[in-house]
Structures are given as structure tokens and as C-alpha cells.
Write a protein that binds this ligand. Sequence first.
Ligand code: PNS
Length: 162
Amino acid sequence: MTDRPRIALYPGSFDPVTRGHEDIARRGLQLADRVIVAVAEVATQVKRPRFTIDQRLDMLAQSFAGEPAIQPARFSGLLVDYAREVGATLVIRGLRAVSDFEYEFQMAQMNRALSSELETVFLVPNHDFDYLSASLVREIASLGGDVSRFVAPHVAAALKGP
Ligand code: PNS
């Protein structure tokens, strides 16, 4: 062990950031001195994003304003390369249900194959959020439903926009 600050990456699409994501990022501070919430320009599961990367980063910055140990950032290319670049030794992912496991396990093993020094840890969200996903939030909002319990007010407002 060294005295170097421990940096964790919490990567994802964050399209948009939900209360569940916020919970996992904060829990990450139990394991690391700094958590970089890293918005991927290239996501493994190809999706048509609702928000641009800049909009997603702006929402993350508002969610974690006043929490300097949680830092939103963007990255392009491979997660393992970005981890090396910023000196991160941990990757944090949230695990909600068994259905998440296969995809998460595959990514964790693949990232380990690409970079053996990078450790993936799974954090379980508060049970209030374990059914929550950004895609369901997007769908509910697009159909006029109330998402105020699932996202921060600034995100709910953005979801009402074009
Ligand atoms: O929230 P998501 O969309 O499930 O997050 C997936 C993400 C962004 C963590 C994954 O797609 C990723 O790490 N993308 C960066 C490119 C990369 O490293 N791909 C190889 C993954 S094994």
C-alpha cells in the first residue's frame, strides 16, 4: 500500500444521471478518496442518447456541486486506458439485480484481461433505487409521467425539455 490518494472510476452513460447513480457515486467514497464519474463517449451497448455528453456532464456537475471528491469527467476510447491516464485503480459499478450480472461480469472480466491491475467492485444501491434505470426514467418522462422521485429536480426539468 502507498499513501497515494485512491482514485476510483465510476463509468457509464448517465443518460441522464438518476438518484441511483448519485447513491452509488457517494457510496464509492467509502472505497476511494476521489470518485471520477466518467461519461463514456463510446458505450458498449449501442444506444441513441437522449442527452449530449455536455448536457449529461452538466447535470452530473449540478448533482455533485459542493462534493469536490466526486468529479464528473468525459472519456473516449477504452476505460482501461482512461484509468491509466488518471491513475485510477478501481472501477465502480452498481449492481441492482441478477439481470445486471451477466453484462457486468463480462465487462469486469474483459477489463481485467486488458488491464490486470484494475479492480472492479460492485456496489449495491439503496433499496429505494434498485429498480431504477436511466432508460425507464427516459421512457416515463417521454410519456408524460412523473419522475421527480427518481432524479434530481434539475434532471427532471431537463427531461421536460426538447
Ligand atoms: O451505463 P452503461 O452504458 O452500461 O456503461 C457502459 C460503459 C460506459 C461502462 C462501457 O460501455 C465502457 O466502459 N465503455 C468504454 C469503452 C470500453 O472500454 N469498452 C470495453 C468494455 S469491456
